[in-house]
Design a protein around this ligand. Structure first.
Ligand SMILES: Cc1ncc(COP(=O)(O)O)c(C=O)c1O
Length: 448
């Protein structure tokens, strides 16, 4: 078996053990108070905010504050984000067809209708199709950079700013951008943050900080992990106050001068989404390791990129060709373009199976479970919630124009049956890398 796709967990060592032990010894696992609460979650929020507000390439000393609220999962982060942005019945939320089921379930739970947007060659949101999919009902555009690939967020923000400018003239409400960056913590991109006006100069910024809100996950398969966990980030202080309140039963808890144990100021009906000090302590240690983890993944990615190029095999297109901001978590290679659909599917399955049998962490994207819109049965069949929402809600009667079976997104469909994703380990000896390369060569020679 080649190394697992658990980047953060494979970097666990005595530091994480000590951090957790301290919380236990202090008998203080709750974020706001305890016998001796060291405010691990609070400090994690502060440190992640600093990390996200500096780019690895430029704008290093720029003042561009990012607020962070730590929560207990990436799914919860999405649910809170949509709630804070005021999404409800009658609204459309634009979402890519390559994501994770939580991106969709959060929309359904908010009682809004998901509208699928197609992908371009990067496997991310296609800015051109986005222009077509925006309607008067669009409330939020969810961008989901997948497998560590940076999205064309700069172009997407440009599209949204233009649309928002004309909506303002027509007295229509603003469209928000929500970046679901569960799979791309540490990736960066180029462009201008801000969905209604440019809030900073053009430059290089971390993914998750371009739109109104960004969300992240600390689940096991992510760049860093606390087993479970999530984060909601924003540059907007007012939005941050609402996120802060809604993750904590609806109340803002000020650090100083708080009267009640749960908080001081009621904002609305809340969620139970606080992160524990145990998670916070581990997350703080992991955050310090993030750039080293990504350096290693990127090195291995470049090595295999060269290997595939030598074989004449086409790779997933990067959003920023000359200055990639991807984390490189997966390397995606394409099957020959001239294959018809059925041959592509059987060949893709055969290659993926052969590589899995050899111990690779690999996915044929067409079969990548509920990362793919047409594999999500509850979406295709429009499963309702207890009250019939969102499909039976009279305010959502327009949903009949939207279908979610395969065929809804022609460009993405074409790519999915011609793409194989290979996990790039963050820890791998030269020997393992050579063995992987030799095994790959045999598979490609026999089956490609
Ligand atoms: C793109 C994406 N969004 C959301 C999530 C949900 O995160 P979590 O598992 O922490 O709830 C995940 C990961 O599982 C993900 O990959």
């Amino acid at each position: 078996m080649y190394p697992h796709e658990y980047p953060g967990a494979l970097w666990y060592d005595q530091e994480e053990v000590d951090a957790v032990s301290k919380v236990i010894s202090n008998k203080s696992p709750f974020r706001y108070y305890g016998v001796k609460c060291d405010k691990e979650v609070f400090n994690f929020e502060k440190e992640l905010g600093e990390y996200l507000s500096t780019s690895s390439l430029s704008n290093k000393n720029q003042h561009n504050k990012v607020y962070v609220t730590a929560v207990n999962s990436g799914t919860g982060a999405l649910e809170i984000a949509l709630d804070v942005l005021g999404v409800g019945s009658g609204d459309e939320v634009i979402v890519p067809g390559f994501m994770w089921i939580s991106s969709i379930s959060a929309i359904i739970r908010s009682r809004a209708i998901p509208v699928l947007v197609d992908s371009d060659q990067t496997l991310g949101v296609d800015p051109e199709d986005l222009k077509v999919k925006i309607s008067e009902r669009t409330k939020v555009i969810m961008v989901v950079p997948m497998l560590g690939g940076s999205s064309k967020i700069g172009e997407i923000m440009e599209v949204v700013r233009n649309v928002n400018n004309s909506r303002k003239k027509d007295n229509l409400s603003k469209i928000f951008v929500l970046e679901d960056c569960a799979q791309s913590l540490g990736a960066h991109a180029f462009g201008i943050p801000g969905s209604s006006q440019a809030s900073l100069p053009e430059g290089c910024y971390k993914l998750g900080t371009f739109g109104d809100i960004g969300t992240f996950s600390l689940q096991l398969n992510k760049d860093i992990t606390a087993g479970e966990g999530g984060m909601v980030v924003t540059r907007d202080k007012e939005l941050n106050d609402r996120v802060d309140a809604l993750h904590n039963a609806g109340y803002i808890k000020k650090e100083k001068n708080n009267i009640n144990w749960y908080g001081d100021i009621p904002y609305g009906w809340g969620h139970g989404r606080r992160m524990s000090e145990l998670q916070g302590a581990v997350a703080r240690v992991q955050l310090k390791k993030l750039d080293s983890i990504l350096d290693n993944i990127r090195k291995n990615h470049s090595f295999f990129e060269e290997f595939f190029k030598k074989q004449g095999i086409k790779l997933r297109k990067r959003a920023y060709q000359n200055n990639p901001g991807d984390t490189g978590y997966y390397l995606c290679f394409h099957l020959p373009e001239n294959l018809d659909d059925n041959t592509a599917i059987s060949k893709g399955r055969e290659i993926a199976k052969d590589l899995k049998d050899k111990g690779f962490n690999v996915w044929f994207l067409h079969d990548f479970e509920v990362h793919i819109y047409y594999n999500i049965e509850p979406l295709v069949k429009k499963f309702p919630m207890n009250d019939g929402s969102p499909w039976e809600d009279p305010k959502n009667s327009f949903h009949t124009q939207y279908k979610y079976d395969r065929g809804a997104l022609p460009n993405l469909d074409h790519l999915l049956i011609r793409t194989i994703g290979l996990n790039m380990p963050s820890k791998m000896s030269d020997n393992t890398r050579d063995n992987m390369m030799n095994d790959l060569l045999v598979t490609l020679k026999n089956l490609y």
